[in-house]
Design a protein around this ligand. Sequence first.
Ligand code: 4NP
Length: 161
Amino acid sequence: MVSVIFVCLGNICRSPMGEMILKKMVEEKGLAHSFCITSAGTSDCEEGNPVYPPAVRALKAHGLPYTHTARQLTKKDVINNDYILVMDSENLFDVLRLTSGEFGEKIFKLCSFTPSPRDVADPWITGDFETAFNDITEGCGYFLEYLLREKAEMFGYDKRH
Ligand code: 4NP
């Protein structure tokens, strides 16, 4: 079993998109039973709120589910998950502040797995949910490739598949 938690600031745009996108990817590979995928925000500013409507539209446009209720990340979440995938440098800083600098070895910027490591631009600021969706999809794709290549033993994946 591999546990992954996506993290952004509010948990109403980028991290729920990450959660839905990666869930779909592992489902398509027949690996859903080997993954626990959730999301949370570094802030409590959107606690209890649903996914932000433009993010819902982006998910719907790609045939993905969009039900999620925002909640704040806790130190326990960091302890209990194998991978903490953040969207940008600010999220990384905030998670490390939450953990007093611990667990850095399992906290990654999502797009650090891609050939062009970068932040996922915050669509709350840019208004561009499609670019955010595409960046997150790219990051999830490369992250999953990395797991299947380097960590197959974590979930008994046969590389010959
Ligand atoms: P998210 O987007 O971190 O991708 O969920 C944001 C949501 C809310 C705010 C900022 C970003 N906010 O400032 O309230």
